[in-house]
Design a protein around this ligand. Structure first.
Ligand SMILES: [Zn+2]
Length: 309
């Protein structure tokens, strides 16, 4: 029994780069248990604490690892401050300029994607986009009402052979289209990286000869919250009845690309829609959008009448 505990303690500290002779651990345990009649669990804790202090290791590092860490899916993450294990694929790595952050981006499993942050201090292996990993002992967090996962010094990362398929849980959102953001309408994209150009300039490749595209970055509001919805060319064409070619024609005639955006705003803002599609980061990638009838005047009368009763 003491031997088992001693081995467990020895292994933990050896992972942290400290080789403690197992006999030393055992003799400390023996002394506490046999000489001082300390309960086994208490003795274990006491010996662990002794060595944690000796090597300046935070207590959480050992005791958190000993707890039952549940293995969860992305869609199970609904609260912060929970220690979890999760298998996921790296969907995106983001550019990051923070010295304290080693890597950040999105990981996902069949239930969806979630943001992660890997602290530089954690000294964990570098993640590769498109590879799948088992992330052990990572902690959930909440930032600006969105959940994310933090990888810290007590986390472990193992690459796995399984190629996890990232699922996209389709969501629905209905409300009024209250805004269409800049960068909507007729836009140009970089032929090399497909990024939308800003005044003919790609953030990565500088001034390039762009190719035209059509899109709508809509904001839909249901009265409780606002949701960003990204509408691609095909669905923008269906929604507005204006094709990419017609949009180019409009821009040529007006000598101004912005006329398309203005036209879209006139057509869509203030109307009610039901949007459906997978949610990636903060956007719904719209696969389907259908108009909803606004409340008719007689419906409003009915509601008011009911309220008076
Ligand atoms: Zn580019």
């Amino acid at each position: 029994m003491n031997k088992e505990i001693a081995t467990e303690i020895e292994e933990f500290f050896s992972q942290k780069g400290h080789n403690i002779p197992i006999s030393e651990i055992e003799s400390r345990l023996d002394k506490l248990i046999n000489e001082f009649k300390v309960p086994t669990e208490e003795a274990r804790r006491s010996v662990v604490n002794y060595f944690l202090k000796e090597y300046n290791i935070p207590k959480g590092d050992f005791f958190v690892q000993q707890g039952e860490t549940p293995t969860v899916k992305v869609s199970d993450i609904t609260s912060d401050g929970k220690w979890i294990n999760i298998s996921a694929k790296v969907a995106q790595l983001w550019d990051n300029n923070h010295e304290s952050i080693d890597q950040a981006g999105l990981i996902g499993d069949e239930t969806g994607t979630i943001k992660f942050v890997k602290w530089a201090k954690a000294e964990l292996p570098s993640l590769v986009e498109g590879k799948s990993y088992l992330f052990k002992n990572v902690v959930t967090d909440n930032y600006q009402e969105r959940f994310n996962i933090k990888f810290n010094r007590t986390s472990l990362i193992e690459e796995i052979q399984e190629d996890i398929e990232i699922g996209t849980l389709s969501v629905e959102f209905s409300g009024a289209m209250v805004g269409i953001q800049l960068g909507s309408g007729l836009i140009k994209r970089c032929p090399e990286c497909n990024r939308a150009l800003i005044k003919g300039v790609c953030g990565e490749h500088g001034k390039v000869e762009g190719t035209y595209d059509l899109r709508i970055k809509a904001v839909v509001d249901d009265g409780m919250s606002a949701q960003d919805a990204l509408i691609n060319r095909e669905i923008s064409e269906q929604l507005t009845g204006i094709t990419l070619d017609e949009a180019k024609q409009m821009a040529t005639e007006a000598l101004d690309q912005e006329v398309v955006l203005e036209k879209f705003k006139d057509m869509l803002i203030g109307k009610y829609y039901l949007v459906k599609g997978p949610k990636l980061d903060r956007n719904i990638l719209v696969e389907d959008i259908s108009p909803l009838p606004p409340l008719e005047l007689d419906q409003i009368d009915t509601i008011i009448n009911q309220m008076e009763v």
